[in-house]
Design a protein around this ligand. Structure first.
Ligand code: ADP
Ligand code: MG
Length: 264
């Protein structure tokens, strides 16, 4: 028997109010995510994926329905959730290491320990940078790094404080195809090591199948979940995996659903 879901999205709707206009972005959306699970949410552009991300992190209040994380209702911005977006948001005046350590200056209990345990925290950040192949760039500034390197550093920063939940909104969307595929491996390695719960929002079906244990397909706006597909492919997955028939079959299955959604 499974316990209650770690992240529970229950009958959630969101209406944007702009002057006289109302936009129903998501409607009666429900999904359950277990602790330690890596899920992906895919759907056509404008279907409400980023809205969902803002609802789960408490940046937006639901119009109807409820979201709980670890059994606690989300009311206002959730402290300590790791987040990464399409454009890396590194601070230009901080080195890579200083950028990665930023959450430690903000999120408890690290904030209060940071001064006393600075050395241990620097070691932790350096170990993380090592995992993503950036140890030699710790002292460099963001503008001295390539786009892919910046996004690696961005991922490190999103998980340095060991959040129980990591939210990723198209984090690789702005990168070229080669760099993006390279970062799938980096992301998977981080997750296999730390086993945080991750919600990846993406319109790239191959990315979803490479990274996720389960893929949720959303309908066009107003978005709701129309399919939940378990990805029964062993880890670690590699780029070779993406050329295997079973991988291709799952991608095609998802693509068929998205086509149905778009043409309906
Ligand atoms: P996605 O991330 O799937 O592309 P979004 O969640 O960003 O979609 O947007 C869902 C829908 O809500 C879109 O039609 C978008 O135009 C609309 N929308 C998003 N943000 C706002 C806002 N702040 N005010 C009004 N409408 C919005
Ligand atoms: Mg979006």
């Amino acid at each position: 028997m499974q316990g209650p879901a770690f992240v529970k999205i229950d009958g959630v709707s969101l209406v944007y109010q702009m002057a006289k206009e109302e936009t129903l972005a998501v409607q009666d959306l429900s999904l359950d995510i277990e602790e330690g699970e890596f899920v992906a949410v895919v759907g056509p552009s404008g279907c409400g994926k980023s809205t969902l991300m803002k609802l789960v992190t408490g940046l937006l209040d639901t119009t109807a329905g409820m979201i709980t994380i670890g059994g606690r209702p989300v009311q206002g911005p959730v402290q300590g959730v790791g987040m990464a977006f399409q454009n890396s948001t590194l601070l230009p005046w901080r080195s890579t290491l200083e950028n990665v350590m930023l959450p430690l200056e903000i999120v408890e209990p690290h904030k209060r320990r940071l001064r006393r345990e600075k050395k241990a925290y620097i070691d932790r950040a350096m170990a993380l940078l090592e995992t993503v192949g950036l140890s030699e760039f710790a002292d460099k500034f963001p503008w001295q790094l390539s786009g892919g390197m910046q996004q690696r550093a961005n991922l490190c920063r999103a998980i340095i404080h060991e959040p129980r939940l990591l939210m990723l909104d198209e984090p690789f969307g702005a990168l070229d195809a080669f760099t993006r595929e390279e970062l799938w491996g980096v992301m998977q390695a981080l997750w296999m090591k730390k086993r945080f719960t991750a919600i990846l929002i993406t319109h790239d079906l191959r990315e979803a199948v490479y990274l996720a244990d389960k893929v949720f397909v959303m309908s066009k706006r107003p978005g709701k979940v129309i399919l939940s597909r378990h990805v029964d492919i062993p880890r670690p997955r590699t780029l070779d995996t993406t050329f295997e028939p079973h991988f291709g079959a799952i991608v095609h299955e998802l693509r068929d659903h998205i086509h149905d959604v778009r043409s309906s």
